[in-house]
Design a protein around this ligand. Structure first.
Ligand code: ADP
Ligand code: ASP
Ligand code: MG
Length: 473
């Protein structure tokens, strides 16, 4: 009987492709898998830091800073060409990759100049600008794979068949058409043992207009394609051994969690553990496709397996703790809100209509006060939206905000129905002199989240890590 070939989607994040040396590592990892007769689809992020630079540059262009555009374009070519030279030995492959890079940056220069003349950036044009990071990294990985004699082809998210709605900046895939198209475009390549290198993060609307899937969206590209192609596994390659009890950059003794259920992993993704795209797991949950988080710098390690029935094994109820930075808190007060039906819905309605996502809510039983957590970059817009809609209309008397806060989330499936978790957390905070500004527990009971001043955030994470002995998990 013929051996069934295993199909795998492998996603490589920004750090994994940050330098030419790292890209050689990536190429080796792919080659090893192909040698084992796996059929591999590669999804790549932009080189580390490039998407942030594009965000910044789009803002600068809007301010009519035309001179800076040329300088930015020059540096972008320089960086990517240097990476090509480091990643690829064969001179003619180097030349081809360089040609693609120069042509792509010259297109970006035109887009930025356009923004500069109009003096305005729309969600559509912003996505177009942000798409260039991945469009520049994919040809380098493609070149590095060819350099070690693999058959390969690079494609944009759009060319690979991913179609989304028109929600620029946070677009969502239309799975039926995506599945149909991705199968049609990628399966024939896989059958010929060609490794498709697909740009993560970017896709297109039905009319072919470029969209992005939201920051960190390359994870999402990987899971979307994995479902479309019904693969056996998704491997998310990154710069740490897997999902850990907390960010190893904050707590050195953080431990890897060898396995997680989808529910636990979703909870952790939402709360920023391994900066995974919060929607990335949605497609694979229904399709029951296992996801493995692995370390490019330690490929022998099996990483974290996320799959059905893989609850993290731990005696402790709390298995992980995360800190979410870049948030702001808004307090809405008004004695008239007490007992007034529909007063909450007015707040949510006006925010929803303005596409402002609420990350966390807490309300007192007295109902005279609601606190909300939102992304910090939306604070100005949220405040003005709420003030225009609510103030001076008899319901809300005061709206205040704090922009120097962070959310701490403690997670674990065993928390459900276990008494005393909250009291242990909050006693530990009090004993360490950390003041809590707001508390919320999701009804899933998989996590307890609370808000502290940002300056206390890292200490709060360490205290919980210690209290629940997470370094001994
Ligand atoms: P990539 O560029 O590969 O997508 P990200 O930067 O998005 O990588 O995510 C990996 C980073 O997430 C790690 O370097 C780590 O510092 C951070 N991180 C935060 N919390 C956790 C956690 N609980 N487990 C693992 N990594 C975490
Ligand atoms: N390059 C994109 C970002 O920085 C997508 C990703 O890396 O996943 O958000
Ligand atoms: Mg990421």
């Amino acid at each position: 009987m013929k051996k069934r070939v295993k199909k795998i989607v492998m996603k490589f994040g920004g750090t994994s492709v940050a330098t030419g040396r790292n890209i050689r590592r990536v190429a080796k990892i792919v080659a090893n898998s192909v040698k084992k007769d796996h059929r591999v689809v590669v999804v790549v992020s932009a080189l580390a830091g490039i998407t942030n630079q594009l965000v910044e540059e789009a803002e600068q262009a809007k301010k009519k800073n035309e001179k800076q555009i040329q300088e930015f374009a020059r540096k972008l070519v320089e960086k990517h060409v240097a990476t090509v030279k480091e990643a690829i030995d064969n001179k003619s492959i180097q030349k081809e990759a360089e040609y693609v890079i120069k042509k792509t940056v010259s297109e970006l220069e035109k887009v930025l100049t356009g923004i500069c003349y109009v003096g305005e950036i729309t969600p559509k044009s912003r996505d177009y600008v942000l798409s260039f990071g991945e469009r520049l990294s994919a040809p380098i990985i493609w070149g590095a794979l060819r350099d070690i004699k693999l058959k390969t082809q690079y494609l944009t998210g759009k060319e690979s068949g991913i179609v989304t709605d028109e929600n620029f900046g946070e677009a969502r895939p239309l799975m039926n058409v995506t599945t149909h198209q991705a199968k049609g475009r990628l399966e024939p390549l896989l059958e010929k043992n060609v490794v498709p290198v697909v740009t993560g993060y970017i896709a297109a609307t039905q009319d072919g207009v470029v969209t992005t899937l939201g920051r960190g969206g390359s994870d999402y590209t990987a899971t979307i394609l994995s479902v479309a192609l019904s693969v056996d596994e998704v491997w998310i390659w990154t710069d740490v051994d897997g999902i850990m009890t907390t960010d190893p950059k904050t707590v050195k003794s953080a431990k890897k969690l060898p396995q997680l259920s989808y529910g636990e992993a979703v909870e952790m993704a939402i709360f920023g553990a391994k900066a995974m795209h919060p929607s990335a797991l949605e497609p694979v949950i229904e399709a029951h496709i296992p996801v493995r988080i692995r370390n490019v710098f330690n490929p022998e390690n099996h990483g974290t397996l996320i799959a059905d029935g893989q609850e993290a094994k731990s005696k402790e109820v709390v298995k992980a703790v995360a800190m979410i930075r870049d948030v702001a808190m808004i307090n809405i007060k008004g004695a008239a809100m007490v007992g007034a039906p529909g007063s909450y819905s007015k707040v949510f309605d006006v925010l929803g209509k303005n596409k402002i996502n609420i990350m966390m809510i807490s309300a007192a039983v007295s109902e005279a006060n609601i606190s909300l957590i939102i992304r910090r970059n939306l604070l100005g817009r949220t405040l003005s939206t709420l003030e225009i809609a609510l103030l001076g209309r008899g319901l809300v008397s005061e709206i205040t905000s704090e922009d120097d806060v962070c959310v701490i989330a403690a997670m674990g499936a065993n928390m459900k129905g276990t008494l005393g978790v909250a009291s242990r957390i909050f006693t530990a905070m009090a004993q360490n002199g950390i003041n809590i500004r707001m508390i919320a527990q999701g009804s899933s009971e998989l996590n307890i989240s609370f808000v502290v001043k940002e300056k206390d955030g890292e200490a709060a994470v360490r205290v919980i890590h210690e209290e629940f002995k997470l370094d001994q998990i």
